[in-house]
Design a protein around this ligand. Structure first.
Ligand SMILES: [Mn+2]
Length: 260
């Protein structure tokens, strides 16, 4: 029997989504779970998500939120998320590894949060093949192991898989806690011979796991989490709060024009 491993990303303090996804992972008999970072921020329960990952996730990589939260915050909203984390928790987050490489059925797989440059360097799904291919190169951030055949990342909250060139496969694991493509949490299952340098069959699939979105919104409201309204729209519709803001502004301008 080939091995199976689950890859989750961008949990963002949403325990309801994480519990639903983990139940699905366990129900498939998968014991190995890797996380591509962004455990905290946006959702109410970053502290619980960190505890959960420490107990149940085999490899946890550092996301931009995990890195940035330790810094002094100017936004009261971000400060609210930070205040829910202990000093141990902040230390844990900022010391997470950059990337993780492993063999799967003769393919070298590399995982990181956002890109080969850093956890803050964002690469979109709709960029050029050149930029996608650059993600397969070694940098000081990734170290200089064997260059990967398969790269998996998170950060953009939109799941996809493409072949930017022959021999190269790129995928994004999407987001568990705050998906911005389809408003249903998603994770990846990889199947093959883990740790094996010999060619063998392998596969990858995206699994969408519905959960009780309204319960999660209620949880945020019960704690008086700032920006719960924007959070609620994100969870219900997968429209990012920055886009929500722009759309509201455009509507306001249009009304102004019509009335002016
Ligand atoms: Mn994120």
């Amino acid at each position: 029997m080939p091995d199976k491993l689950a890859i989750i990303s961008d949990l963002h303090g949403n325990m309801d989504a994480l519990e639903a996804v983990m139940a699905d992972i366990r129900q498939r008999g998968i014991d190995t779970v890797y996380c591509l970072g962004d455990l905290i921020g946006k959702g109410p329960d970053g502290d619980l998500v960190v505890d959960f990952c420490q107990q149940h996730v085999d490899v946890v990589l550092r996301g931009n939120w995990d890195d940035g939260i330790k810094n002094p915050q100017t936004s009261p909203t971000v400060q609210w998320w930070k205040d829910r984390l202990s000093q141990d928790c902040l230390n844990y987050l900022s010391n997470l590894p950059n990337s993780h490489d492993f063999w799967l059925s003769g393919q070298r797989v590399r995982l990181f949060h956002a890109s080969h440059i850093s956890e803050h360097h964002r690469i979109r799904h709709y960029t050029t093949a050149e930029e996608h291919l650059s993600m397969f190169t070694n940098t000081p951030f990734t170290g200089d192991g064997p260059e990967p055949d398969i790269v998996g990342y998170g950060d953009i909250h939109s799941a996809f898989m493409i072949y930017p060139d022959r021999h190269k496969m790129l995928f994004n694991a999407g987001s568990v806690g705050n998906p911005l493509d389809v408003p249903i949490p998603v994770y990846v299952v990889m199947t093959g011979e883990v740790g094996c340098q010999e060619q063998a069959p392998y596969s990858m699939e995206f699994v969408r796991v519905p959960y009780d979105v309204e319960k999660q919104i209620e949880r945020a409201r019960s704690l008086n989490m700032p920006a719960t309204d924007a959070y609620a729209i994100e969870l219900r519709t997968a429209v990012y709060r920055g886009v929500q803001k722009r759309q509201t502004e455009e509507k306001r301008k249009l009304r102004h024009k019509q009335h002016g």
